[in-house]
Design a binder for this molecule. Structure first.
Ligand SMILES: [Mg+2]
Length: 321
């Protein structure tokens, strides 16, 4: 049973609480907290050997745990405020804890996010955080607002983290500088908080890319009413380091299916194009139009003439046999 079926079957219930504005099924939940403001809640867990290689440096793990949660808040267009931390560890290694907390708080301080509680337990290494933020009432960026004719946009570059993971596993090779860049993209993703805060005015829907573009775009299309999209593979933004490490063809495949990029995928009416161009400068992030939303369900690929995409899997999902 995969994670989505599992949630649908056992955990999705009609909410009985009038406090819940957005429940299960988006990057975060939204609950009432005042007349003009709503609270946005996200949570994410990283398991050793599943979400990160066991030898990942503790500084990187601390940073990444908060970064992946902040990325979900960014995808909701929320301002981060505080977080809860849960640590399951085989032993209390002081140098590991020093490194983990240093990485964690380096990012927490950058966004003025306060640690307000949590839990620790002994067991196999697994770290989890729940982060709270806020939006102006009714302005949370949802997955369900894409419209036919909208343009499809992506921040930054795609595929770097998946290539970084292959470099660590010895599947691919790269020069020292390229290796540092690509592994850095895997271990230290940049949460696009500033972009998320600006998207409320222009975007119709948004999601962060954690499981791969095709998989996560699929969530926008499903939640927006079984719409479809056409993606121009030749437009996918790639870093020169990604192309250098594995060649353009494999880099494009990684951009479609690789996880852990934590870039924002969003849709917007074509009339918003000039405002989006402006966001590139205001938020200092590359933004690329990669396709559009259409009525025909599913994701169609163009510009992939030289690529062999037979047998590609759309993205990562947890499965229980
Ligand atoms: Mg997400």
């Amino acid at each position: 049973m995969d994670e989505f079926r599992l949630i649908e079957r056992f955990f999705r219930r009609d909410s009985k609480s009038s406090e819940v504005v957005v429940g299960i099924g988006d990057d975060g939940a939204v609950v009432k907290s005042g007349i003009n403001e709503q609270t946005v809640l996200v949570t994410d867990t990283l398991v050793a050997g599943v979400h990160f290689p066991e030898r990942t440096a503790p500084q990187d793990l601390g940073y990444k745990l908060l970064a992946v949660n902040l990325s979900d808040l960014a995808a909701m267009g929320a301002t981060p405020n505080w977080f809860l931390l849960n640590l399951v560890m085989p032993d209390a290694d002081e140098s590991w804890l020093q490194g983990f907390s240093t990485g964690l708080f380096s990012l927490a301080e950058e966004y003025s996010v306060a640690l307000i509680g949590g839990d620790t337990a002994r067991g196999p290494l697994c770290v989890s955080a729940t982060v709270g933020g806020h939006v102006r009432s009714g302005t949370a960026l949802r997955r369900n607002g894409a419209q036919v004719g909208d343009q499809l946009w992506i921040s930054g570059t795609l595929g770097d983290a998946a290539i970084g993971l292959d470099l660590l596993g010895g599947v691919l090779g790269a020069t020292g500088e390229d290796m540092d860049y690509l592994v850095g993209r895997l271990n230290r993703p940049k949460p696009r908080i500033e972009l998320g805060l600006s998207l409320g005015a222009v975007a119709t829907s948004g999601i962060d890319i954690s499981d791969g573009l095709l998989a996560d775009l699929g969530h926008i299309l499903k939640e927006s009413g079984a719409l479809g999209a056409i993606v121009d593979v030749s437009c996918l933004p790639l870093s020169p380091q990604a192309i250098g490490a594995c060649g353009e063809s494999l880099a494009r495949e990684k951009a479609l299916t690789g996880g852990d990029d934590y870039e924002i995928c969003f849709t917007a009416n074509p009339a918003q194009r000039s405002q989006i161009e402006q966001l590139r400068h205001n938020c200092n992030v590359k933004l690329t139009c990669i396709g559009s939303i259409r009525t025909l369900a599913g994701i169609g690929l163009t510009g992939a003439d030289n690529l062999d995409l037979t047998g590609i899997k759309p993205g990562y999902r947890h499965d229980w046999l």
